[in-house]
Write a protein that binds this ligand. Structure first.
Ligand code: FAD
Ligand code: NAP
Length: 335
């Protein structure tokens, strides 16, 4: 059913009260095609769980929520399984389904909000794993031609919180389904100290994928605001990747600055640490601010507008540039 002047408050995890001129859900490619033919000239936004978007104003066009469901095994042998999920499945439920079936590889990505279809958009990642590590292929509806195209791993051009869908194919495709290649002989990844700490606390010496997932869930629940209680879209900024020289300058002034190796000799800094050091952590202005436990997360305490949050983000970017000479890049998609 097509709704007019539809409130998106329940469809964005910032909980912002904005309205779409038209709104509908679609359950398959035919329904999608029909909706696009009905509104050929409207500005278009495809929405999954709305957990990586910031609306700075009403959306003067057509918002379509992806509701394509279904999980099926495409190929299986003793070593691996290729499993396909409809783009509208909830990511965390898909992760739990895989863990229940002993398919390994995405347990570190437990409790990330949103849909399976959005996962390739920014190559979601957490605790040392990105979906590019297990991605097999996806199908996507090409809006201009109405054709369904298949994207291989290479076609997706995955990078750090990046893919072809955020770059040269931006706005051109609707992801319909995603296939993952998961292992039946798990290689456990506990490279992030926080996971090791939880496992050690629990006395787990040889963790399985369920143990890792449980640990990740526990850490995330203790550190991150639940969007049901406090509006947010997770990390607002990407971790900056800077030259070895700039990293060294910062380390000379702040020897405890977290930094990690990145491609081509560069270094990845922790954006949350930079923002905290610049004094923003826990700062609240009216009904918006920087989360008290996690400086990378901007929050809406209730009645903030997207514009206010966008302005706060710009102030933070300016402040980090001044203090450290580092340019933060936004991770959240603006509309
Ligand atoms: P949406 O917010 O609905 O959409 C995001 C973008 O993708 C939009 O541009 C939208 O148009 C586009 N899009 C969505 N679905 C489709 C589709 N089927 N076809 C084409 N385009 C589409 N991210 C991480 O990477 N790692 C984390 O650990 C993480 N933790 C988070 C924690 C919290 C508390 C929150 C609120 C967010 C977190 N995020 C994290 C960000 C977010 O969960 C992911 O980016 C997620 O993949 C977004 O999914 P979504 O369905 O909500 O996408
Ligand atoms: P954390 O463990 O406090 O670490 C701070 C930052 O340092 C992280 O952003 C992480 O980079 C990096 N880091 C830590 N240990 C590392 C290691 N062993 N090797 C390489 N890099 C390392 O981070 P956190 O904020 O609690 O988040 C934990 C994980 O969840 C991170 O992977 C983070 O990306 C993910 N997360 C993402 C979002 C989002 O919206 N995108 C929201 C919440 C959490 P990376 O971010 O590159 O991993």
């Amino acid at each position: 059913m097509i709704q007019k002047h539809y409130s998106l408050k329940e469809n964005n995890t910032f909980g912002l009260e904005v309205f779409a001129k038209y709104f509908s859900a679609f359950r398959n490619a035919d329904e999608l095609k029909h909706l696009l033919n009905t509104f050929p000239n409207e500005k278009l936004l495809i929405l999954g769980g709305g957990s990586n978007v910031l609306f700075t104003e009403d959306f003067n066009g057509l918002v379509l929520k992806n509701d394509i469901k279904g999980i099926s095994v495409k190929e299986e042998n003793e070593e691996y399984v290729i499993i396909e999920s409809g783009a509208g499945e909830i990511w965390h439920e898909f992760v739990l389904y895989c863990i229940d079936n002993k398919y390994a590889g995405i347990e570190n990505l437990s409790l990330i909000p949103g849909s399976v279809g959005a996962s390739p958009m920014q190559n979601i990642g957490a605790y040392g794993v990105e979906i590019k590590d297990v991605f097999h292929a996806l199908t996507a509806f090409h809006i201009a031609s109405g054709e369904i195209h298949t994207f291989s791993h290479t076609d997706c051009e995955f990078g750090y919180r990046e893919s072809v869908f955020k770059n040269k194919c931006k706005g051109q495709y609707v992801i319909l389904s995603v296939q993952f290649k998961l292992s039946k002989n798990p290689t456990i990844n506990v490279s992030y100290g926080a996971i090791q700490d939880v496992l050690q606390e629990k006395g787990i010496k040889n963790p399985g994928i369920k143990d890792v997932s449980d640990a990740v869930i526990e850490i995330r629940r203790s550190k991150l605001p639940d969007p049901v209680e406090i509006g947010n879209a997770g990390s607002f900024f990407k971790n900056p990747v800077v030259s070895e020289e700039l990293a060294q300058q910062i380390l000379n002034a702040y020897p405890d600055a977290p930094n990690y190796p990145a491609p081509n000799g560069s270094r990845k800094l922790a954006a949350g640490w930079l923002i905290e050091k610049a004094g923003w952590k826990g700062k609240r202005i009216e009904d918006y601010g920087v989360h008290v436990k996690q400086a990378l997360v901007l929050v809406n305490y209730g009645t903030a507008t997207g514009d206010q949050i966008a302005q706060l983000a710009d102030q933070i970017i300016h402040s980090i540039q001044e203090k450290f000479g580092v340019t933060l890049e936004k991770e959240v998609n603006f509309y």
